[in-house]
Ligand binder design. Structure first.
Ligand SMILES: Cc1cc2nc3c(=O)[nH]c(=O)nc-3n(C[C@H](O)[C@H](O)[C@H](O)COP(=O)(O)OP(=O)(O)OC[C@H]3O[C@@H](n4cnc5c(N)ncnc54)[C@H](O)[C@@H]3O)c2cc1C
Length: 457
């Protein structure tokens, strides 16, 4: 391996899950040069999934979710300072404090932030929250602990649903307003969204679908007091959580000439960023929620994922490729996986459920609230979602990786297929939803069937 790739200056922008895992992998792969990690949050890398679960339930405080470090990264951690620009010719990252950092190779791992309420004045009312950072989670958890009369959650995607679930578990009244027809419909399609709606209502959530929130109201002292809905109704509440999905942190790349836009920074399967003309760069890499990358199993569509597992897997591939010459580089081919816990249910997903035209309930039933739903697109398996049945997920992952025919063959004895009747997957147009999708397909439709062979080593 050429010595120069193991040496030199690497800068990582984004000091969270992808940034940390990349820094660790660079050292594991033998990188001996200088490593700088820039993060605009003041905290060392921490985990976000507990923020909408254990932290809101009061079972952990927001400052206890630090990510474990797998090894010493021997890095210069520049925390609390944002990157404000990238000069790809001079190969420098500009920082908000006026400094600029030279690099030989750069990793962009700036993730996403919560989509804010569109009216800034209303968004600034005391009692209105978004949930992405540990500081935001800490503030919200404090309000929930104080026992508000009612919480209004705007958006019934994964984050909004988990917040509603935590509120109910704490005995707090909650109203959920969602523009789409049901919770989670943008991520999981029609069948499971019906179960999600039942779970909300059975747990006492005042679920309002097919409505939008038009105005957030405050008292004369700037405190949130409630909201007006598009159906003419009004919700009185003390706390409002805006859960409208995520915005990619790409503004700092506006003058960089990279293919950076609202759906993220486009890169190839080796995590190398594209420039605005679609030419792949060889010194700028991308990983995690901010990336947008092609996947052969999903018709080479560019995927934008907001998945913990993807951030880890892609960061490891990016780091490997940053210190490896061409022939030794690896593709990022991990099959997307995701989990959520809400209303006592454990929901796990593998593949891309929105990349589907039909589904089949392969195991269990909606009535039992324990089931596996398999998703197919043009006659092959593309995803599966289990509810309290996670043990089967590896089996379905294998079906996805091998482009198995859909509906899947009637299972072996331990995997009895509950039904072989396929029904439309009923994935709505994301523009009709309050919650942004955690998976976005942003490319052309597929016309080929492919099997992925995972390279070893
Ligand atoms: C409340 C919540 C619950 C979640 N639950 C789950 C779950 O159950 N399952 C699951 O699979 N996933 C879940 N996720 C998603 C998961 O946490 C993300 O996929 C993961 O955090 C992505 O990591 P990342 O490093 O790519 O991006 P991020 O974690 O978003 O980190 C990016 C970092 O870069 C920083 N940054 C941004 N711009 C700049 C700049 N210009 N200069 C310097 N720094 C910058 C950001 O402030 C941030 O610290 C959840 C997310 C949230 C918010």
């Amino acid at each position: 391996m050429p010595g120069d790739l193991q040496d030199g200056r690497i800068v990582i922008v984004g000091a969270s899950l992808a940034g940390l895992r990349a820094a660790e992998t660079l050292r594991e792969e033998g990188f001996t040069g200088s490593l700088t990690v820039v993060g605009d949050e003041p905290h060392p890398p921490y985990d976000r999934p507990p923020l909408s679960k254990q932290v809101l339930l009061g079972k952990a405080s927001a400052d206890t979710t630090a990510l474990p470090m797998r090894r010493d990264t021997d890095a210069d951690w520049r925390l609390g300072v944002a990157a404000t620009g990238l000069d790809p010719l001079e190969k420098r990252v500009m920082l908000a404090d006026g400094e600029s950092l030279p690099f030989d190779r750069l990793l962009i791992a700036t993730g996403t932030r919560a989509r804010p309420w569109p009216n800034p004045e209303e968004a600034s009312l005391d009692g209105v929250f978004t949930l992405r950072t540990s500081d935001e989670a800490g503030g919200l958890a404090e309000r929930l602990a104080a026992g508000p009369g009612r919480v209004l959650v705007i958006g019934a995607g994964f984050t909004g649903s988990e917040i509603a679930s935590a509120c109910r578990e704490r005995g707090i009244e909650v109203t959920v307003a969602e523009r789409g027809p049901a919770p989670l419909v943008g991520a999981l399609g029609g069948t499971l969204s019906k179960l999600a709606a039942v779970m909300h209502r059975n747990h006492g959530v005042d679920l309002r679908c097919g409505v939008t929130v038009t105005t957030l109201r405050g008292d004369g002292n700037g405190r949130f007091t409630g909201a007006d809905l598009s159906d003419g109704s009004r919700v009185d509440a003390d706390v409002c959580v805006v859960a409208l999905g995520a915005v990619r942190n790409v503004e700092w790349l506006a003058e960089s000439g990279l293919a950076a836009g609202p759906r993220g920074v486009a890169c190839d399967a080796g995590c190398r960023a594209f420039n605005m003309y679609g030419i792949v760069t060889d010194d700028v890499f991308v990983a995690g929620d901010v990336s947008r990358f092609p996947h052969p199993l999903f018709g080479y569509q560019m995927l934008s994922l907001e998945h913990w597992g993807n951030a880890v897997a892609q960061a490891e591939v990016a780091a490997h490729n940053m210190v490896s010459p061409g022939p030794l580089r690896r593709p990022h081919l991990a099959v997307p996986t995701f989990w959520s816990t809400q209303f006592g249910l454990n929901i796990k997903s593998v593949g891309v459920p929105t990349y589907s035209d039909h589904v089949v309930i392969a195991q269990g039933s909606l009535e039992a609230r324990r089931l596996a739903v398999v998703y197919g697109f043009q006659g092959r398996v593309t995803a599966a979602v289990t509810v309290d049945m996670a043990k089967s997920l590896d089996y379905y992952k294998h079906l996805i990786e091998t482009a198995a025919p859909f509906p899947p063959p009637l299972g072996s004895a331990d995997r009895a297929i509950a039904a072989d009747i396929t029904i439309p997957s009923d994935v709505p147009d994301p523009s009709g939803l309050s919650h942004g999708p955690t998976v976005a397909l942003t490319g052309h439709l597929p016309d080929r069937r492919l099997t992925v062979v995972q390279p070893t080593g």
